[in-house]
Design a protein around this ligand. Sequence first.
Ligand code: FAD
Length: 476
Amino acid sequence: MKSRKTEPARHRRVARRPLLKAAGAAVVAASAGGVWSAHAAKSSSAAADESADALIIGAGYAGVTVARELAARGLKPLILEARNRTGGRIWTDTFSGEQVEIGGGWVGEQQKLVQRELTRYGIATTPDIGPERMLLPGDNGLESLTPEEAVGALSPLWSEFYRGSENYFERPYEPLHRKDLLQKVDGLSLADRLRQLSLAPKEFQRLNSETSLYSGGPSSIGALTGMAQWFQLAGGTYESSLSMNQKPAGGMISLLKAMLKEAGTEVRLQSAVTRITESKGLVTVEVSGGKRYTAPLVVVATPTNVWKDIAFHPGLPPAHATAARQGIGVPHSNKLWIHVRGRTEALFAQTPEGSPISMMLPQQQLSDGRLMVAFGGPSLDAEDPAAVQKAVRQFLPGSSLIRYRTMDWGRDRYSRGGWGLRRPNQLLNLFPQIEEPHGRILFAGADIAQGWHGAYIEGAIESGLRAAQQAITLAP
Ligand SMILES: Cc1cc2nc3c(=O)[nH]c(=O)nc-3n(C[C@H](O)[C@H](O)[C@H](O)COP(=O)(O)OP(=O)(O)OC[C@H]3O[C@@H](n4cnc5c(N)ncnc54)[C@H](O)[C@@H]3O)c2cc1C
């Protein structure tokens, strides 16, 4: 794997112009202000370079939520962030001169915490562009449908797929409420559930194309209870799940920036934590390069998939060690931004598992062409412009690409996966222990949220609020 001092995103200009490579995010200046505090000074060890009231590892939504809550209680935390930017798996950047999301892109009106935060900072949302035409797996290749026809075809299929989840997730925000009913379903993968239904090949492909996309590989990776919980959180119908299509003004990063501004917390960029040691009521954190920080407590707000890259002393308890070993972030998550020449209709496409592009969604029409978002399947060589061009022509015959950009989150060293989706058995095996502090080491992150876990900033905020409460209880 290539060194990832800069972000591993690629821009590709194809057709008439030579290949253009442009990697790297703008360096985000850390906010001013010291992190030294009276309390931290008392407790700092002589060997440490700096101290803080609390150390937060990771400047994604979870870490920033913790920072804001602790700052509101008069504490002075410090955030250590490995990348040269804040946001983590949220990355608002530009492509073809337009603001785009390289990671997470949408929020939903059902997401109460996100909505509360957006209101708090006066950030408006707008619904994303809807498709004019939809391509879904059919009996003989892809079938073209109107959006109404597609919803009519998919809605009963998904209702059948999730049948029973209204019972085992009777209270979707408290996933363990019906532990008794979960015993039977928690071990099921999405593939297992598909096998339980008597589906015609076309129906199977329509569901499996989405379950495999969300699994970041075959549908055997993701847990039925993972997606079923999202379904119930969204309102329990296919139609209600479609309303997860809101875009915040200023991009997905705007809310995080507003929270960080209110917190006034310093973020130390390019500070990849390599070791965390707790001893005698003090936690020492070492970053790559050897610099050390101490604090009475630390909140680990990194993706679970990178916990294995940090040496914990004492070692992680069983649930955390299992999550670190198995991962929760999905293995394959390659998001592409594509600029197609000329005027094209707003086309949505979803393809059978194994296709080079699993899903393509229309974005804005520009004067010289249309932007599209696509999710590349494991079979796509997204580094190869000819392969991307060929894949797009599957949906838009004769189309030509002006340029594209790709971000492979599975190969990114600070996420080692895309959005989170629990694996079979993880709900009952990991929860609620995974939310518990390990001495003075606490954990946050969308991957380990109770509600909108994994694939949503809502979950990151939820877990950040919970970890902040725990930190306040532990703070001396
Ligand atoms: C392609 C894609 C599409 C998505 N779509 C959506 C969507 O539409 N809507 C939505 O709400 N969510 C979406 N998500 C999920 C969403 O992005 C995440 O759930 C959320 O951003 C996770 O926040 P977090 O704070 O838990 O983790 P992260 O955002 O991953 O933040 C963790 C931080 O820890 C840092 N870090 C890692 N290792 C270290 C280390 N050793 N030392 C210091 N720092 C470290 C990372 O650099 C990162 O900044 C998507 C994600 C992806 C990848």
